[in-house]
Design a protein around this ligand. Sequence first.
Ligand SMILES: C[S@@+](CC[C@H](N)C(=O)[O-])C[C@H]1O[C@@H](n2cnc3c(N)ncnc32)[C@H](O)[C@@H]1O
Length: 293
Amino acid sequence: MTRPEPSTSEGMTSGKSRFDDIYGRPDPRAYFRRLAPLRYEIPHHAQPVFRKAAAERCALDDGIPGTPAVLDLCSSYGITAALLNHDVTLAEMYERYTSPACEAMSTARLAAWDKEFYAERRRPDAVPVFGLDVAAPAVRYALEVGLLDAAFTDNLEQGPPGPRLGDALATVGLITLTGGGSYVTARTFAALLCRTRRPIWANAFVLRTVSYARIGQTLAAYGLRTTVDASRTYPQRRFTDGRERRYAVAAARSAGYDPAGREEAGRFHCLHYVSRPARPARPAQGAGTGERA
Ligand SMILES: C[S@@+](CC[C@H](N)C(=O)[O-])C[C@H]1O[C@@H](n2cnc3c(N)ncnc32)[C@H](O)[C@@H]1O
């Protein structure tokens, strides 16, 4: 059963179905089972984009000690981390977590199985990934199976980062977001940016029924310029029902987008927002630029 979200302030949605009951389970099976018929696919579209962004962001810090970490906002069970750092596809994850073999397992057995599975598929270019999500069981699972290097449950909509997240943010170079644009607002981004120390890039896939304007303004206040190619959209998932479809078509239209062939065809669509420092960082000393101190 799904229910509509209540009307909320900027950055949040009204009329979109909620899935709260699958976010805080001890393992990802219910998440994949529920979302499979809705063809939730945005992490698949983000996979090559995030891999490229992570590689480019790492290259920027050539000569600076330590690989810049990725902070996956609304990380849930570590799906972005799995797709970023492992030779695995979202289709394979759906198949795995909805399989009869998996259904009979205890969470402990599934975690042991997953640990081995992801370790075997770890990519040589894997980067550190921190997960931030208010759903403690989900991030705990991702941490246990080795998808996340660190996990945080601070709710930055309600207050500043705690000391552990605050310290971790000093090593973050890239913020990623899929499926969370309806839950976090500019407040969360401001709280993160307050504590970052390295040059920050943000890559966010956000429904075009949700405004990113306030987040973009907040990022600008921290020196980041946000760009989006509004002609390119990425399907997120099918609508749960006609009510949700009517809401999305109307919301896309009132945001100035043409829903024909997109929301009208039965699925939510995302835009991909890229934020980078408006002024490029000075090259690291000794990074081979020929620049003298
Ligand atoms: C649709 S899921 C997206 C999960 C994953 N990124 C993906 O695309 O599959 C949304 C997630 O946002 C999380 N969330 C909701 N409010 C949040 C908040 N204030 N801060 C961090 N995460 C939040 C939920 O717990 C849930 O795991």
